[in-house]
Design a protein around this ligand. Structure first.
Ligand SMILES: [Zn+2]
Length: 60
């Protein structure tokens, strides 16, 4: 259970806000997590068995 909590308590690398989780298709385990302030988005791709990260702000 603690491992699951770690996976669901990820934070935005920009503002450290907790990411909001959207499950677009629970059968495919397709999960999108995004920053509430729209800095960052992380998408789980079941076919790749991994995450794709999207930064919505320029990193300086
Ligand atoms: Zn943020």
């Amino acid at each position: 259970m603690s491992l699951f909590n770690n996976l669901t308590q990820e934070k935005c690398p920009v503002c450290k806000e907790k990411l909001t989780t959207y499950k677009s298709d629970i059968l495919l385990s397709h999960v999108i997590k995004s920053c509430p302030q729209d800095h960052y988005e992380k998408e789980f791709i079941p076919s790749l068995e991994g995450y794709v990260e999207h930064y919505k702000v320029a990193t300086k």
